[in-house]
Write a protein that binds this ligand. Structure first.
Ligand SMILES: Cc1ncc(COP(=O)(O)O)c(C=O)c1O
Length: 252
């Protein structure tokens, strides 16, 4: 959506690429800073974690990107922040003294409230004031705001499923290497409510085989990889059992 929305506002969009750390899906500070210097953008979007890869960015990446430009607004998209692994710092901690940093979040994920279409951000007061000037006039209905306020009053209840989802997410990262197929399947470390797993010889074929076992995952178009969303313990077990069977069939 970031490129679609940017293009819709008449902005030129430049895709970055993920490189600079041992895991090919991660984004290293030096690489990110080089890319920003090369393009000299007005706005940089950093997804932490990125979808579909799922691993949160180190704050060194955010700091390096801020330092690589003296004018770019740096937006850190923390849509999945509530699912972060312990010790994963939020870019919110960098906000004091950094007026070009914006941290965005959403009620769609941890609050399981995607239908309300409510996102929010934290930034320097000068950025918030400027946004009030340029935002669309009717961007958030009063019904939406009332629903969100009611959800916030029940935040403890609505967020109570987060720990359960994290437990299943951690199973989805830990267990695939022990499945059939001789341990060739691995999962990318996740700070989100989904897990990208790789090592598949033919991801579309594995997707179809999982569907034949009544398990629907997402083919995100990355060679050898599929993405699975964390659900209930029963759903996780059903997925792992089906994947084990599919991998064993493939290697038989
Ligand atoms: C990285 C990332 N940011 C933001 C969102 C947006 O969520 P929403 O538009 O529902 O607030 C998503 C949803 O999939 C996402 O993956």
């Amino acid at each position: 959506m970031h490129p679609i929305i940017a293009t819709g506002t008449g902005s030129r969009w430049v895709d970055g690429y993920r490189a600079g750390t041992a895991d090919g899906f991660d984004l290293g500070a030096a690489s990110a800073a080089d890319q920003v210097r090369a393009v000299d953008p007005d706005v940089v979007f950093l997804c932490s974690p990125n979808n579909p890869t799922g691993t949160a960015l180190g704050l060194d990446v955010v700091e390096a990107v801020l330092a690589a430009s003296d004018r770019a607004l740096v937006v850190v998209d923390e849509a999945y922040a509530e699912f972060a692994r312990p010790g994963t710092p939020s870019a919110l901690t960098l906000l004091p003294g950094r007026p070009r940093l914006v941290v965005t979040r959403t009620m769609s994920k941890a609050f399981a409230f995607a239908g309300v279409r409510l996102g929010y951000l934290a930034a320097d007061p000068s950025v918030c004031d400027a946004l009030r000037l340029v935002r669309l006039p009717y961007h958030l209905s009063s019904l939406t705001q009332a629903a969100a306020l009611a959800a916030l009053r029940h935040a403890d209840l609505l967020l109570s499923t987060v720990d359960a989802v994290i437990a299943q997410r951690d199973r989805l990262v830990a267990e695939p290497p022990a499945l059939g197929g001789g341990g060739r399947v691995h999962a990318v470390p996740s700070d989100a409510n989904f897990v990208l797993f790789g090592g598949l010889a033919d991801a579309p074929a594995t997707w179809r085989a999982l569907l034949a076992h009544d398990v629907l995952v997402r083919d995100v178009g990355l060679a050898g990889h599929l993405r699975v969303t964390a659900g209930t313990a029963e759903e996780t077990t059903a997925f792992l059992t089906a994947l084990d069977a599919v991998l064993s069939e493939e290697t038989a």
